[in-house]
Design a protein around this ligand. Structure first.
Ligand code: E4P
Length: 214
């Protein structure tokens, strides 16, 4: 499973990139606003750091403007794909953009049916939101697994990005479901590294090594 980081923060991106595990980056308007910058400016900076796909969200709400904005975003750097929020206009825009070779990441996916439509329209990525479904009392991981099945069973080239990840368990579930990609917040990536038994083991090895030197 490929690992993307879900952030627009450059320090976090640099740090995780230095681990040698980073395959790409997703941003969204909320993450960009947190950094006090704009999407075009920030994705340009990210592209100078990361060698992999970078999602930049278009803010237009009708197909024609989505296509125009999508072309502008994609022109910033070859690594950039255009994030569009699931709706009829986004499907129409996806059809056009994908026929021009511009990758679309259909975002705000909450059902396998939405993913099926996005894949048929030519989306390169679909992003099912796990955590936000959990938030309303549904089981996001079930929806994620069904989405992977639909995309795989019908041979779409679309890749499923597990999104709205809230903790390491969501990442494990995404991997178990066969997701192509998980986009993971910085704090969750840090949590994935640690295990109390690892820390305990390191301490013991160091203590035994120190003893053996005496
Ligand atoms: C995905 O691309 C989104 O940016 C993201 O995963 C949303 O996550 P949230 O529900 O934690 O905001």
């Amino acid at each position: 499973m490929k690992i993307f980081i879900d952030t627009a923060n450059l320090d976090m991106i640099r740090e995780i990139n230095s681990w040698g595990v980073l395959d790409g980056v997703t941003t969204n308007p909320s993450l960009i606003a947190k950094e006090g910058t704009t999407t075009p400016a920030r994705v340009r900076e990210i592209a100078a750091i990361v060698d992999g796909p970078i999602s930049a969200e278009a803010m237009s709400m009708d197909a024609e403007s989505m296509i125009r904005e999508g072309r502008e975003l994609a022109a910033i750097h070859p690594s950039i794909n255009v994030k569009l929020p699931m709706c009829v206009d986004a499907l129409k825009a996806t059809k056009v953009l994908s026929s021009e070779g511009i990758d679309v990441n259909m975002t705000l996916i909450f059902s396998p049916n939405q993913a099926l439509l996005a894949a048929k329209a030519g989306a390169r990525y679909v992003s099912p939101f796990v955590g936000r479904l959990d938030d309303i009392g549904s089981y996001g991981c079930d929806m994620l697994a069904q989405t992977v099945d639909v995309v795989r069973d019908y041979g779409f080239e679309t890749e499923v990005i597990a999104a709205s990840i809230r903790g390491p368990v969501h990442v494990m579930e995404a991997a178990a479901a066969g997701c192509h990609i998980a986009t993971i917040p910085y704090d969750v990536l840090k949590q994935m590294v640690s295990h109390p038994k690892t820390d305990e083991g390191i301490k013991k090895f160091i203590a035994d090594y120190e003893k053996s030197k005496r």
